[in-house]
Design a protein. Structure first.
Length: 106
């Protein structure tokens, strides 16, 4: 099980992370993307991408969003662990692609 209590995500699946952030957002009173952006100092487009799973973002973005949504220490750590797993998995996939001959890359 992932630190969030959900099964570990399949490669490239950001849904467990976005679900954890959505739950945290609801617990925080469902602030708007604009409010989260203003309070966190993160661009509105980046906050939107993070909360909707458009792409995997830097840990600093995650930390700013978690601080804005007032995640308690346990929740903060669980979500950071999940994020770290996804980052490492993405790095491994990139390394595998780079190791293939150019004509075989997908």
């Amino acid at each position: 099980m992932a630190p969030t209590g959900e099964p570990w995500p399949t490669p490239g699946d950001l849904r467990p992370l976005t679900n954890a952030l959505k739950n945290l957002r609801v617990q925080a009173g469902t602030p708007t993307i604009t409010q989260i952006a203003r309070m966190s100092g993160i661009a509105q487009s980046t906050v939107h991408a993070a909360l909707t799973g458009k792409y995997l973002y830097k840990r600093s973005v995650l930390d700013a969003i978690l601080a804005t949504l007032a995640a308690d220490a346990d929740e903060h750590n669980r979500i950071r662990q999940l994020h770290g797993f996804l980052v490492e998995e993405a790095r491994a996939r990139r390394a595998q692609r780079k190791a293939r001959p150019i004509g075989q890359r997908a």
